[in-house]
Design a protein around this ligand. Structure first.
Ligand code: F6R
Length: 626
């Protein structure tokens, strides 16, 4: 849609023998846009001969030829593949001496003016709310200048630079005012990790703390977002606040009703079954009274929807243990729902996500007699400190178990560094991966999963060297495809936790999606069901949960024991992130809080709950919230 708009602009200007002036962004967001423009050039004869471009920003300092420079990005993604005159492409100069930056930035503004101003500005949005690199605090009147990058922005970019330390600290960027002077603005955002900031930009106050919010004052701007990035907007979370659903092209389907009733119960701080006609009316939910006839009926409908998410039989009920009168398990819906026992595949991006995210459910599934496989997708070597590996090596040496030859090898590896600091060699990475593998084996023993059903995939994308971008390759997809073909699972549990700081979970989920779509014709794929759990970083919102597995206090303790097996990830773990709580604490806090939420909605009081969201394979391939 955006490419079509740009093409129409270029063509209409061609007809008038005028130039079209485009403001361009880099990053992951506009990649598909540029790919589509290149396709239009090749297949539909779209010419860029009359196009002038100005890029928003560039890292500083950086050589244009550097792999991660924005000049290089633009050449590789667009300019090298279309007939644009190189003299018409402008990207701020990351090589200029600091003393000349003021002049250089002023000239950039003057060039934009001389070109007649920007006709259409393409934007992405950073998680700090930045447009261009206008980080929090950038005033509305700001112009092209040098800026310091926000720590969150640097962390998000660190995957491209092989670590935060090697990620640039500075950039040159058009100012907020420069952007607002464009005649038309299109901001694009994809993925769940952008949802909160999109909401802040669109619905929050206009503030320099979220520079994208200044776009609210522009009179010709469109936000183009996918469903996941739209997820926090009122239009999605509470559309009834914006008028009749029918007028918005929506309807009162079961999911919307459940969302509304949970929302109302929280708003009125009352259990669902205690909501009254007045509660519904005063909150603008009179539609639900009309549909159900009364608050009593609406409450019951909402209550049962919630109730039916709860099951102690996450893989379905064992027919041999079912007595007449037992409530049916309503969570499983796929054709394979009745199969018992099932083949179940739990995908754990790192070697500890399985027990952190769904350790209680994992134990249940094993106990119920299913054939449970756990596949650890990456080695997790990056998160093992040198100190932890050196200690293990010293143990092998000092115990005499390594023998003379082993001791010599250990000495060669550790050198004189008794306290740690090992070289970053493939051998050291392999050994660190082994440390995590042994921890995963110990945790799986706690959960009762036999070693023969553990799969250590060691996906190659994770091992990209420092300075190189991590991306999925055919090797990763082939390994995933082979695992799926080998296990042919009825149920797949995968981490749908897309806020992990290093993007590993997202790539692991991509790998699953790609291999499932390659196998889409296999009958077992269509018969199965996919459940996404959340790892250490965030929980599903209550209104998106399709299966809630309650845990007893004993099960919580058993899960804790399993998490404890991941000793290298305890208090001194390298990647705890901004949250100082350890992983077992996060896991317990989260599942206890969810149990409290269910209880406050008026459902039974449990010690803890683990939650899952359902996807049929087809919808997963289509709608994955990336
Ligand atoms: C890039 C730029 C930035 C990005 C933003 C989103 O030229 O100015 O504002 O648009 O950081 O980055 P991605 O698209 O990688 O999520």
């Amino acid at each position: 849609m955006v490419a079509r708009e740009i093409a129409a602009l270029i063509r209409s200007r061609q007809a008038e023998r005028r130039t079209a002036v485009l403001g361009l962004a880099t990053g992951s967001t506009p990649q598909q846009l540029y790919a589509e423009l290149v396709r239009m050039h090749r297949e539909e004869g779209l010419s860029f001969a009359n196009v002038v471009t100005f890029n928003l920003d560039e890292y500083f300092p950086v050589q244009p030829s550097a792999l991660r420079s924005y000049r290089h990005y633009m050449q590789a993604n667009l300019f090298d593949h279309v007939d644009i005159d190189p003299a018409n492409t402008h990207v701020p100069d990351g090589t200029a001496p600091v003393s000349s930056l003021e002049v250089l930035c002023r000239e950039y503004e003057e060039r934009i003016q001389a070109a007649g101003g920007i006709d259409l500005q393409v934007l992405g949005i950073g998680r700090t709310g930045h447009i261009g690199f206008n980080e929090p605090g950038s005033p509305r009147r700001s112009r092209t200048r040098m800026v310091t990058l926000d720590p969150l922005t640097r962390r998000d970019a660190s995957g491209d630079f092989g670590g935060v330390e090697s990620t640039p600290r500075y950039a040159l960027t058009m100012g907020v005012r420069t952007i607002l002077e464009s005649r038309r603005v299109v901001l694009m955002a994809w993925g769940q990790h952008k949802a909160e900031i999109v909401r802040a930009a669109v619905e929050g106050p206009v503030t320099p703390q979220v520079t994208a919010s200044f776009l609210q004052e522009h009179d010709n701007v469109h936000f183009v977002v996918d469903r996941a990035a739209a997820g926090a907007l009122t239009r999605y979370r509470a559309p009834w606040l914006l008028g009749a659903l029918g007028d918005q092209g929506l309807s009162w389907d079961a999911a919307t009703m459940r969302r509304a009733i949970i929302w109302l119960s929280r708003l009125r701080k009352k259990a669902v079954l205690k909501l009254t006609d007045d509660d519904y009316n005063e909150a603008g939910l009179e539609d639900l009274l009309r549909i159900h006839g009364s608050a009593y009926e609406a409450n019951l409908a909402g209550f049962y929807q919630l109730q039916h998410t709860i099951t102690g039989w996450p893989g379905g009920r064992d027919p041999a243990r079912t007595r007449p009168g037992d409530a049916p398990v309503r969570t499983l819906r796929a054709p394979s729902a009745g199969v018992f026992p099932k083949r179940i595949l739990v995908l754990s991006p790192h070697p500890d996500d399985d027990v952190i995210g769904m350790g209680g459910t994992l134990c249940r599934l094993v106990e119920h007699g299913h054939e449970v496989h756990v596949a650890y997708q990456v080695s997790g070597a990056n998160a093992v400190s040198d100190e932890a590996l050196a200690r293990a090596l010293r143990f092998a040496r000092d115990s005499g178990l390594a023998g003379a030859e082993g001791a010599a090898r250990i000495a060669a590896l550790c050198g004189d560094h008794e306290a740690g600091a090992l070289p970053d060699t493939p051998e050291v990475r392999r050994l660190k991966g082994l440390v995590r593998r042994l921890e995963a084996l110990a945790a799986a023993r706690v959960c009762g999963v036999p070693a023969g059903r553990l799969h250590f995939l060691d996906l190659p994308f994770y091992n990209a060297g420092p300075g190189s971008r991590r991306q999925l390759g055919d090797g990763d997809r082939a390994i995933m495809g082979e695992l799926l073909t080998q296990t042919r699972p009825h149920l797949i549990f995968a981490a749908g936790d897309l806020d992990d700081p290093h993007g590993t979970h997202r790539l692991c989920l991509h790998a699953l999606r790609d291999s499932l779509s390659a196998l889409a014709r296999e009958p077992w794929v269509g018969e199965g069901e996919l459940w996404l759990y959340r790892g250490a970083w965030s929980e599903w919102p209550a209104d998106e949960i399709d299966m809630a597995v309650p845990l007893s206090p004993q099960e919580v303790l058993r899960r804790r024991r399993a998490i404890f097996c991941h000793e290298t990830q305890k208090d001194m773990a390298l990647f705890l992130g901004d949250d100082r709580r350890e992983f077992w604490q996060r896991s317990e806090d989260r599942s206890r809080r969810l149990a409290e939420t269910y209880n406050s909605l008026g459902l039974a009081e449990y010690e803890a709950i683990e939650a899952f969201k359902r996807y049929g394979p087809a919808e997963f391939i289509r709608d994955l919230p990336l």
